[in-house]
Design a protein around this ligand. Structure first.
Ligand code: PMP
Length: 437
């Protein structure tokens, strides 16, 4: 089989021309602009189950799932009904509602890692607030983050590694004051030496170490359990808090996220995406003792006009109720693992330099022959050209992946055997084309 003809993007192209007059790059979040893949960004009109349709009427099996929230697929009837029911009573009060209690109870009663929580409206806000809480709780200013982890776009976290092995970071965005970056130490993942050195160099100054439960924003950089346990210990030994950013992994790899996956108790956990069932929700939580530092109980200020919004809470309640059913994760993860294993078998049989890394229903296609990828530096930037070819061939075969080779994909409960078979065949064809001489 050869390349398929490109799908029609006439309507999307027209909408894109217009959107460029309204928004920088024509989008409201940068990666949507398809800058690292072929063609015009697709404007999506509709989603149902594991399918989406664009403005030109092209249908795709979707493995992006709105970047993670849609673990039950698009337009899930249970979420839609709950949201519609709650909306009949109004959409925002800026006052407490019983719905917040209901979602909080679902989370706290079924999660060993949080005793008290606070809802926000995005993952960025949740993480930004968690950092402030760690600083307020410890009375220290510096934080340690890892190269290859993304934690949203707050100032303290738009920081990349500086020139030395252990120095404070450099801003990774214009507009972030240098003085902010100086409070963030950026080190490589999977390197016990680097973090020991950081703690030695900034003794008694580190408020927190923040890591993605399983780093999934720059490929899927799976850490060894031993290393994550080491992080837990070195934080405890130094009086620093360990923050697990579980905005992707929370309620994805299991109801209790990566913390349960590794059997590690972080001091503060952040969630987002899935807890909002596709509506804007974030959350951070910790022990009652740590959370007592949040205003109005404590001195760490954090607020939000739409925090705990009833419609968003309704979507979260409907979603988590489904996820809390026994065997939900067992079934989803088994289905996803079957899918990725057969793709790997195909690629291995043909000697392609291609690996599928995965945890549960998260997967990442890597054009590499490395057995493990555990630091950002392990990723070969040149391999992204291959992803670009694959992405185009997959779109032309009705398969939608996030528009960057650094992004992970998600299998949802709405993907059935039929769609996964179809997707596999398309992926096999695309791989053959990527690797053809
Ligand atoms: N943390 C992690 C681990 C994320 O993956 C993201 C978003 N991809 C964020 C924080 C920021 O969340 P949001 O985009 O909702 O602000």
């Amino acid at each position: 089989t050869g390349s398929k003809p490109d799908i029609s993007r006439a309507k999307s192209a027209e909408l894109y021309e217009k959107s460029k007059t309204y928004f920088p790059g024509g989008v409201n979040s940068p990666v949507r602009a398809f800058k690292s893949v072929y063609g015009t960004p697709l404007f999506i009109e509709k989603g149902d189950g594991c399918y989406i349709w664009d403005a030109d009427g092209n249908q795709f099996i979707d493995f992006c799932g709105s970047w993670g929230p849609l673990i039950l697929g698009h337009n899930n009837p249970k979420i839609r009904e709950k949201v519609t029911e709650v909306m009949q009573n109004g959409m925002s009060f800026g006052a407490p509602t019983a719905l917040e209690n209901e979602l909080a109870e679902l989370i706290i009663k079924n999660n060993r890692f949080v005793e008290k929580i606070r809802f926000t409206s995005s993952g960025t806000e949740a993480v930004m607030s968690a950092i402030r809480l760690a600083r307020g709780f410890t009375g220290r200013d510096k934080i340690i983050k890892f190269e290859g982890c993304y934690h949203g776009h707050s100032d303290s976290l738009l920081v990349k590694a500086g020139s030395g092995l252990v120095t404070f970071g450099e801003t990774s965005s214009a507009g972030v004051p240098k003085s902010f970056a100086e409070e963030t130490i950026v080190i490589p993942l999977n390197d016990t030496n680097a973090i020991e050195q950081a703690f030695a160099q900034f003794k008694d100054q580190v408020a927190a170490v923040i890591i993605e439960g399983i780093p999934a924003n720059n490929g899927l950089i799976i850490q060894d359990e031993e290393y994550v346990k080491f992080l837990r210990k070195i934080c405890t030994d130094n009086g620093s808090l360990l923050i697990f950013d579980e905005v992707i992994t929370g309620f994805r790899v299991g109801f209790e996220g990566a913390a349960a996956h590794y059997g590690i108790k972080p001091d503060i956990v952040t969630y987002g995406k899935i807890i909002g069932g596709g509506l804007p929700v974030g959350m951070y939580g910790a022990s009652a003792e740590i959370m007592a530092h949040i205003s109005p109980d404590g001195g760490v200020y954090q607020a939000g006009t739409l925090s705990g919004n009833p419609v968003a809470m309704a979507a979260g309640i409907a979603t988590l109720t489904e996820l809390n059913k026994s065997s939900f994760y067992k079934d989803l993860n088994a289905k996803a693992q079957g899918f990725v294993e057969s793709i790997q078998r195909f690629a291995t049989a043909r000697n392609y330099r291609f690996k599928v890394f995965s945890v549960g229903s998260i997967f990442w296609f890597a054009f590499t022959d490395k057995e493990k990828i555990q630091t950002a530096d392990d990723i070969d930037a040149g391999s992204m050209e291959k992803f670009k070819v694959m992405h185009r061939e997959l779109l032309n075969r009705g398969i939608y992946l996030g528009p960057s080779g650094y992004e992970v994909g998600f299998v949802s409960a709405a993907h059935t055997k039929v769609e996964l078979e179809k997707a596999k065949r398309a992926i096999f064809e695309a791989l053959d084309l990527v690797f053809k001489k």
